[in-house]
Design a protein around this ligand. Structure first.
Ligand code: NOJ
Length: 543
């Protein structure tokens, strides 16, 4: 077991796999566990020719009717046949561990599928012993839902069940009824599902929408959001006062953490939303810890910004806020991409220069004091793919923004099946480029840049574990110093302007060890460095 403060996840680079889209092994057009096993050497074969990933997080692989592509779980302790079997999962865990890759699964505690046996039982009658496992309420006198809460995907958060004459609560789709975490039996049953996987060797979980598991016990109406304007996303029309990050959640998180602590070396990474202070609260306190890590998505979106602009003052503020709030016994956890949001290249492409920004992105993400999460395809610069209406899959599209464009299959090569499948892919491919094969041997490719960044991070203690201090420089530059005792300092500098800019360095002599323009690598510097337009560099202190 790692000593406190030296746990593996502190220095790990993690990689999110959306299993449907990573690698198909049986020609059904849907990615599967066997496919992931075949691609593990790409993630880490122990040499800098591979990405050097330390942990993978698999989006849900459980049996599910796939109303929300696995985030509607029908059995927490098995594998969906589209993905394989429990035996394949055991093999995947073993094959990952053989390569030093940890495995995180996705735990969905807020809701089950409406096809989960618990819900089928619960909805069968008002007297069902599992009735109280979900949140059932009578209609208001006029027949309308018990309160005004809206589903995250739009529409009311309540669905009326004719048979028993009550509404049930669903924070997401009506096929995803919310569990009642105020019932201790529910909590105990859900915690057992964690143990099931820990016993099989799983190293941790990404926890889905953990901030929603407990609501105000009286389920009062949420107040309207005074800043909401027609045309904004419906879910923001209310302030989520009573059904999101409700104070009781933070105590439940501490009880969940205790189960992780029963098994040495396991990690809980929460999908959380909120202000920097709210995110920090999920970590708990030193003597009663909560999550090991809580995602900070502010580089992707922030309240007030549907898309966080790639602008130095904004990035600086996000970094400073995270540094100021995350408790000292842990560290931030950033991501630039995931399966719910438009991909970085597309998001930051308002002027057609998204790909250039995507080269600076890994220097920012991997240069910060944090446990970074990459999203499959980010390392080759995959962009959103336009999906024709007849091929769209994500049910969220009916009332919110569809997420298919960022979930298209991994592009392994330029062949008709992109190296992903021999069949018809479940979502259409993007154009043949970018793909792994074309970037693999090209030292100037984005993939090569990601590989160098990840392996350098392993080599440089300041980058893995050093403190962070802001540096001066041009207004358009975000830069900071990483420092750890007994090792050379490293400066990270990111130029967000489309013209060159200067960054001051915290040491009189340095060497560029990584740069978005590869020709600059190896260059010696004095006390400052000029950065290319939209470029970034890591500069190591020289004796
Ligand atoms: C967050 C997940 O990331 C998203 O994909 C899912 O639809 C919702 N939670 C509901 O589980």
């Amino acid at each position: 077991m790692d000593a406190p403060g030296r746990e593996w996840w502190r220095e790990a680079v993690c990689y999110q796999i959306y299993p449907r889209s990573f690698q198909d092994s049986n020609g059904d057009g849907i990615g599967d566990l066997e496919g992931i096993i075949r691609r593990l050497d790409y993630l880490n074969d122990g040499t800098p020719h591979s990405l050097g990933i330390d942990a993978v997080w698999l989006s849900p692989t459980y049996p599910s009717p796939m109303a929300d592509f696995g985030y509607d779980v029908a059995d927490y302790c098995d594998v969906h046949p589209d993905f394989g079997t429990l035996a394949t999962m055991d093999r995947l865990i073993a094959e990952c561990h053989r390569r030093g890759i940890r495995v995180l699964l996705d735990w969905v505690p807020n809701h089950t599928s409406d096809q989960h046996p618990w819900f089928i039982e619960s909805r069968s009658s008002r007297e069902s012993p599992k009735r109280d496992w979900y949140i059932w309420r009578d209609p208001r006198p006029d027949g309308s839902p018990p309160n005004n809460w809206r589903s995250v995907f739009g529409g009311p958060a309540w669905t009326f069940d004719e048979r028993t004459g009550q509404y049930y609560l669903h924070s997401f789709l009506k096929e995803q009824p919310d569990l009642n975490w105020r019932n201790p039996e529910v909590e105990a049953a859900m915690l057992q599902t964690l143990r099931f996987w820990f016993e099989r060797g799983v190293d941790g979980f990404r926890i889905d929408v953990i901030g929603r598991i407990l609501k105000h016990p009286d389920l009062p109406d949420n107040p309207p959001n005074p800043e909401w304007r027609p045309g904004d996303r419906e879910r923001f029309s209310q302030l989520w006062l009573y059904n999101h990050n409700y104070p009781d959640v933070f105590n439940a998180v501490k009880r969940i953490r205790k189960v992780f602590d029963e098994y040495p070396g396991r990690v809980a990474v929460g999908e959380v939303f909120g202000t920097p202070e709210e995110i920090a609260r999920f970590y708990g306190d030193a003597d009663s810890p909560g999550l090991h890590l809580a995602f900070n998505f502010h580089f992707i979106h922030e309240r007030g910004h549907a898309i966080t602009p790639w602008e130095a003052p904004v990035l600086r503020r996000i970094i400073a806020n995270a540094e100021a709030t995350v408790p000292p016994f842990s560290q931030p956890c950033f991501a630039l991409n995931n399966h719910d949001r438009s991909r970085f290249v597309t998001r930051q492409n308002h002027d057609g220069r998204g790909l250039e920004r995507a080269r600076a992105a890994p220097l920012l993400l991997l240069g910060l004091r944090n446990t970074p999460f990459l999203y499959y395809g980010e390392e080759i610069g995959m962009a959103d793919v336009d999906i024709p209406p007849e091929r769209q899959q994500d049910p969220a599209r009916f009332r919110s923004v569809g997420r298919d464009p960022e979930r298209t299959p991994m592009q392994w090569d330029a062949s008709p099946g992109r190296g992903f499948t021999t069949g018809e892919p479940w979502l259409p491919f993007g154009p043949p480029s970018p793909n792994v094969a074309e970037q693999d041997g090209d030292p100037d490719s984005l993939l090569s840049l990601y590989r160098r960044a990840i392996w350098l991070r392993k080599e440089l203690p300041a980058l893995r574990a050093g403190s962070v201090a802001n540096l001066g420089g041009d207004e358009a530059v975000v830069s900071w110093r990483r420092q750890t005792p007994g090792a050379p300092g490293v400066a990270v500098a990111v130029n967000t302007a489309t013209v060159p800019a200067r960054a001051q360095l915290p040491f009189p002599r340095g060497r560029i060890v990584l740069c978005t323009v590869r020709a600059r690598e190896g260059e010696r510097t004095g006390g400052e460095v000029e950065l290319p337009p939209l470029g970034a560099a890591w500069i190591a202190e020289e004796a």
